[in-house]
Design a protein. Sequence first.
Lengths: 125, 138
Amino acid sequence: MNDTELGQRLARRLDPCVDNLDPRVLRRLEAGRELAMEHLREPVAALATAGGTARMPGPLTGAFRHRLFLPAAVLLLGLVTIYLWQGAGTSANDGEELELLGDELPINAYLDKGFQQWITPAMQR
Amino acid sequence: MARVGLVTALLAALLVFAPACARADDALTWNQLSASQREILQPLAKEWDSLEPDRRERWIAIARKYPTLPPDQQDRVHQRMKHWAALSPAQRAEVKELYKQIQQLPPERRREILQKWSEYEQFPSALKDALRAARERK
């Protein structure tokens, strides 16, 4: 038996008693129905029970899915950006290493502390 | 909610680890390189298989761009490959940092730096040592 069938069977059993209900109870039930209608767009199947309302998780549809779409899209966009940025960074590093290796100044020069000292005034000017 | 979380986590893992997987694929052994790659990277033949996968990937990328260089730069790159590969990451970072600083200078100042290297090479060892000591004191 699915939720709809169960609800219909419960409604059939409860309907005959509605006329005998206290008006305050009827107002409370009406307010509860209004509240339930507001949540109708949410993809959960509401099952009315004597003690209150039990909610059963439904499929990922409607507003529920839309509410998750934005953060998921933002996360995905961020990750794609990081991925592309990493790729661009690696490529730039490769190009820089190649230029450095082909530069007129040899690697020894860059590592020589004495040369670093010798060019300090020219670098700071 | 749990399903969306799982899908998002899987996507995130894919995006985070995909570059690493790609790098692992690029970590070719010397024998897996093409003939032209082996020719360009010949100075690294002996140590190639012991290089870090990340470094191998870098060299493969360099080999890809190598043919676009003028012949004199190609020669210099070829001569310096072995030395560059033997440097520690800290030394490579030090070289890159100074290279960047020099590249930011105007062309005439860069020529001056180059001229200073020629002068420095002619210095007696004692003078070079004194300059090194002064640098170390900083």
